[in-house]
Ligand binder design. Structure first.
Ligand code: C2O
Length: 570
């Protein structure tokens, strides 16, 4: 305790020195201190009580409210029986990769009984992000919102809303989620799908034993609400709508966008969308609803619907029946695409045009044949196989002795290799009907090395091996520009002309279209080891990930900080 108080004071002191001596307009920036105790809590859902892992006994966990430019110091104590790390999803973590959180990438896990203090600064980001556990499936119940408001004296780029609320979409298993993924790892089959989706932790009226706890979002006639929607579900893209109300989308992934209106949102896990809604309907109760956007042909998914209630202040009590919206069909790719292609940056950003690193990365599922002597119990995917997933045919394997960041920083050999390929090993019709024998992923901890400051373009290409589906691809440590997306195989000759280099949206998670591609660009100006992965947790476990190692640049401001004293060891 004494120790952590001293470090805290020292940091605050240096923080103040920095603020007052070098950056005058940051004088208002604050440092927020939080304690996160991760432990089991009884949580009652769908008529049953579970011992769920939570932060501070709250489900969802605490909301962090900060202003752009503020710093956070969060001491995480692990009193649960599983390894834990916390990732601050979308926070750029410039020079502070040690605080990013993914286990075995930037830190070893916090073991049961251990603790670790995350220290980082929010800079140049406004809107909504979130935090979640980044270890096995602990994030099923360990997540919360991060609200980033404009700095003091600055304002939203739209009229100040009358109220500001968070909608965290989650996914609930009527079982211990860690057992669900462990079972799937054992059998090689797909894990059981969830039993409910949730809004701010509650399934809502359409599920058993849930009605009395349905979340109510108040609205006043004539007023404007800012609603921050976050998809914190483990494995499912979700459509989201509110009966009879239109959304004006103003931001996504903590970047502002040119406002556009829509009746329905689609968010992949990891994505956030900030919308304005107006209390312009007759006072009544309206359902807020979310359900799956499911693209994998024939694969089972949770087809239930979570609801909350938008209730006008003028309505007293809960007797009137809420009005139900219509949601798009589960496989309505047209609606999903119309939504994802409506995003434009609010301002005119400087998009990198001289590309130093032009990568082509396939992303998708695969299946591994089991050797003839394998235990059939461990080969329960279709036809006695095991599911796998890969990028450029490499199925990513986490290290176990050191985090990649430690290995990189201290030059520890044997933890990773730098031979992640910049293009697929074989070229074929990626979205066609291709034999799985063409594509037997190899396992490895392969990284791709980037020079500091490199201008990077990545063509992400979905594959149709075993099955095609939409993948929410998330890159740590960066916001990237989504310059184009489309269906089929990316064709540089014809598709390059479609790139939006004027006002592409900036995001940390791109929805890679089913049987399609997306092109992203960023400047590698943040040193560290950064994982890029599908944000469907079931796919991470199968290896749908890769890692960029970004070298230091010149001088302090382009160099990774020294590791914190209390960094957990493996
Ligand atoms: Cu929200 Cu590595 O993820």
């Amino acid at each position: 305790m004494a120790n952590s108080t001293t470090t805290t004071t020292t940091t605050t002191f240096f923080t103040f020195l920095l603020f007052f001596s070098t950056v005058a307009n940051l004088a208002n920036a604050k440092t927020h201190f939080h304690g996160f105790v991760v432990h089991e809590t009884k949580v009652n859902r769908l008529c049953k009580t579970h011992n769920s892992i939570t932060v501070n006994g709250q489900f969802p966990g605490p909301t962090l409210e900060v202003s752009n430019g503020d710093s956070l110091v969060i001491r995480v104590v692990n009193r649960a029986r599983y390894n834990v790390t916390i990732h601050w999803h979308g926070v750029r973590q410039v020079r502070t990769a040690w605080a990013d959180g993914p286990e075995f990438i930037t830190q070893c896990p916090i073991r049961p009984g251990g603790s670790y203090t995350y220290r980082f600064t929010i800079s140049g980001q406004e809107g909504t992000l979130w935090w979640h556990a980044h270890s096995s499936w602990v994030r099923a119940t360990v997540y919360g919102a991060i609200i980033i408001r404009p700095r003091k004296g600055e304002s939203f780029p739209f009229a100040k809303p009358n109220s500001d609320s968070v909608i965290l979409l989650g996914e609930w298993w009527d079982a211990n989620p860690i057992d669900v993924i462990r079972e799937a790892t054992r059998t090689g089959a797909a894990p059981n799908v969830s039993d409910a989706y949730t809004i701010n932790g509650q399934p809502g009226d359409l599920y058993n034993c849930s009605k009395k706890d349905t979340v109510v979002v108040p609205v006043s006639s004539g007023e404007t609400n800012l609603i921050r929607v976050i998809n914190a579900a483990l494995n499912q893209q979700l459509f989201f709508t509110i009966a009879n109300h239109k959304f004006t989308v103003v931001g996504a992934d903590a970047s502002y966008v040119k406002p556009f209106t829509t009746d329905v949102l689609m968010l992949g896990p990891g994505q956030t969308t900030d919308v304005l809604i107006k209390g312009d309907q007759p006072p009544a109760r309206y359902y807020i609803a979310a359900r799956a956007y499911a693209t994998a042909q024939g694969a089972p998914f949770d087809n239930t619907t979570t609801t909350a209630i938008l209730q006008y202040e003028a309505i007293n009590g809960t007797s009137s029946k809420p009005i139900m919206p219509t949601l798009p069909a589960f496989n309505d790719t047209k609606t999903a695409t119309a939504f994802t292609t409506s995003f434009r940056s609010r301002d005119t950003p400087i998009v990198p045009t001289e590309i130093d690193e032009n990568l082509f990365i396939t992303a998708g599922l695969g299946i591994n044949q089991c050797p003839p002597n394998a235990n059939p119990k461990s080969c329960q995917a279709p036809n006695g196989t095991r599911f796998t997933a890969s990028m450029n045919n490499v199925s990513f394997v986490l290290p176990s002795n050191f985090s990649l960041l430690q290995a990189h920083h201290q030059g520890i050999p044997g933890v990773f290799t730098t031979d992640f390929p910049g293009k697929p090993p074989v070229t074929f019709d990626y979205t066609g009907n291709v034999s799985t024998s063409l594509w037997q992923p190899i396992r490895g901890t392969k990284v791709y090395r980037l020079n500091y400051g490199a201008n990077v373009q990545i063509v992400l290409q979905g594959t149709g091996i075993f099955t095609a589906e939409n993948h929410p691809i998330h890159l740590h440590g960066y916001d990237f520009y989504v310059v184009a997306e489309g269906f089929g195989n990316f064709n540089p000759k014809t598709d390059t002309a479609k790139f939006n280099l004027v006002d592409p949206p900036q995001r940390n998670t791109v929805s890679l279209p089913v049987n399609g591609w997306a092109v992203i660009r960023f400047v590698a100006d943040n040193p560290g080891t950064w994982i890029m992965h599908c944000h469907l947790d079931v796919h991470i476990g199968w290896g749908l990930a890769m890692v960029f190692v970004v070298d230091n640049g010149v001088g302090n401001l382009q160099t990774l900080e020294q590791p914190p004293q209390d960094l957990p060891t493996c």
